[in-house]
Design a protein. Structure first.
Length: 204
């Protein structure tokens, strides 16, 4: 292997390795997601699944940190909540949350952050124009497929609803999620402009 190739491999390897800064960002965004859950939610429907700000910070984590760190940040939030810290909406915590109608949404959060982060990395690497629109499309696709998809499944399994009723119940979350994804993209674009190395250095 030539020296040039070895140097390239070494640079790529070091770029993928998490630094103290990466770990700090993961902790900060996990705390941000937890803080957003403190804001009182609005219960929706007979099952009382609340509309919260959590989806905003989940999507923001993916848009800013990318797939790996975004997943780690939101996953850390979920793990701490399951471990007993009262950081889920309404001050809930513990494994019992997995038996509620909200379970599908909570399980989906780290997956949605990872998917949004992966798509955001592709967009930043391959595009120059219309990035905000594409980032919004990425956030919405992840929301619809993962958060809403698993959310409906959770209401079917734990809420004993059939698909039609669960789907209709989930529709109440769409207007808020559209607005929250718009806000997440605006904030993420501003962060990337102020700190271009946050994600771009990992995808060049």
């Amino acid at each position: 292997m030539s020296q040039t190739t070895s140097a390239s491999v070494e640079r790529n390897s070091s770029r993928k390795r998490w630094t103290a800064t990466d770990l700090g960002l993961i902790a900060v965004f996990a705390a941000l997601v937890a803080a957003s859950a403190i804001v009182p939610g609005i219960p929706v429907g007979a099952l009382g699944v609340p509309i919260t700000l959590v989806t905003l910070t989940v999507m923001l984590s993916g848009l800013v940190l990318g797939p790996g760190r975004g997943f780690a940040a939101v996953g850390l939030y979920v793990l701490l909540g399951l471990a007993g810290l009262p950081i889920f909406s309404g001050g809930r915590s513990g494994l019992g949350i997995l038996a509620t109608a909200s379970a599908g949404y909570i399980i989906a959060f780290p997956l949605a952050a990872a998917a949004t982060g992966y798509l955001a990395a592709l967009i930043i690497r391959k595009t120059v124009r219309n990035r905000s629109l594409l980032l919004f499309a990425a956030a919405m696709a992840s929301s619809i497929v993962l958060i809403h998809g698993l959310g409906v499944l959770g209401m079917m399994v734990n809420g004993k609803l059939d698909f039609t009723k669960a789907f209709i119940a989930d529709l109440a979350f769409y207007p808020g999620d559209i607005l929250k994804n718009v806000l997440a993209v605006i904030i993420a674009v501003a962060i990337h402009k102020a700190f271009p190395d946050v994600l771009v250095r990992r995808v060049k």
